[in-house]
Write a protein that binds this ligand. Structure first.
Ligand SMILES: C[S@@+](CC[C@H](N)C(=O)[O-])C[C@H]1O[C@@H](n2cnc3c(N)ncnc32)[C@H](O)[C@@H]1O
Length: 293
């Protein structure tokens, strides 16, 4: 079967998706696909295209899972169906952290980066690529082993030159800092976290069926107001600052959440932390910079 024959098959009516799979399996761009219409397709490639098309159209499987990659802040990351598909709003976190680092100027070196709830590791690699030479240590944690395996795969695929000491840890939020697993080095700490923050009811009523069917629910929701993880982590940070003599000025956090949630955190933690909305995505998702008072 030639490319044009599969392209114009009546039963494969979503031509946009079909083109995507043809390009992916032939390893070509959309423009060059048009110059290959007479190319004979091997049977194996035809089967791959048909299977992928069926998964997408009949089973509603997200394209990112079928193709096993996602583009995030200009980099191609491996994903599989045990990971959340990184969302464009999270790209705002990279810009926010980069702006903060630029503001620090020469002081921005020897930092420790904590990526809490890393999953496929999009945050740290993107921050690193934007800010080479700024981090001497980096720690990625996730509660789930599956997630850490995806993160490690991306690390080995994408990091060619080790710029920082890197550690992957399975941990419940910051527990690894209290149970003797890791001792914080001297210097500034930048923590990035996009923890599950969607209230259960909001998730059940608003999220599309294919997200519910395919993506891990545990990556999205936690608690009635969605903030149980952030509250627990802020309590841990307070314990660190008070109990371990960490200088409040040297600990800065960037957190993704829904717009209205910043007010809840201000009400509960405003005495201890300063919360500043630094980026807004489509009115309802924000990136918050948070530091101890
Ligand atoms: C919304 S996903 C974010 C993934 C990725 N950092 C991103 O921004 O695309 C939330 C992540 O938090 C992780 N997580 C959930 N509970 C956790 C916990 N108690 N401790 C550490 N990570 C947790 C989930 O496994 C998931 O990887």
């Amino acid at each position: 079967m030639k490319v044009w024959e599969i392209m114009w098959r009546g039963d494969l009516s979503d031509k946009f998706v079909l083109q995507k799979f043809l390009c992916a399996f032939l390893g070509c761009s959309r423009e060059s696909l048009w110059t290959q219409m007479d190319k004979e397709l091997p049977e194996e490639t035809i089967q791959k295209i048909l299977t992928a098309y069926k998964s997408y159209v009949d089973e509603q499987k997200p394209l990112e899972y079928i193709m096993e990659h996602v583009e995030f802040f200009g980099t191609k990351f491996y994903v599989n169906s045990s990971t959340l598909i990184p969302r464009p709003e999270t790209e705002y976190m990279i810009t926010a952290v980069t702006e903060y680092i630029r503001e620090q100027g020469d002081q921005a070196s020897n930092n420790l980066l904590l990526d809490i709830g890393t999953w496929c590791w999009v945050l740290w690699i993107s921050v690193l690529l934007q800010n080479p030479g700024v981090f001497s240590d980096a720690i990625f944690t996730d509660h789930f082993q599956d997630a850490l395996e995806v993160a490690q795969k991306n690390y080995h695929n994408l990091v060619k030159k080790e710029d920082a000491e890197v550690l992957f840890l399975r941990s419940d939020l910051l527990t690894f800092l209290f149970d003797g697993t890791y001792n914080l080095p001297q210097g500034n700490i930048i923590l990035v976290a996009n923890l599950p923050y969607i209230p259960e009811k909001t998730f059940d009523e608003n999220v599309s069926d294919n997200v519910k069917k395919w993506e891990p629910r545990a990556a999205f929701i936690w608690g009635e107001d969605g903030l149980d993880y952030y509250k627990k982590m802020l309590d841990q940070v307070l314990n660190l600052i008070w109990g371990y003599n960490i200088h409040a000025d040297s600990f800065i956090m960037f957190l993704e959440m829904m717009t209205r949630q910043i007010d809840i955190l201000r009400r509960l933690y405003g005495v201890h932390f300063l919360f500043e909305e630094v980026k807004t995505f489509h009115f309802n998702i924000i990136i918050v910079k948070c530091c101890a008072r």
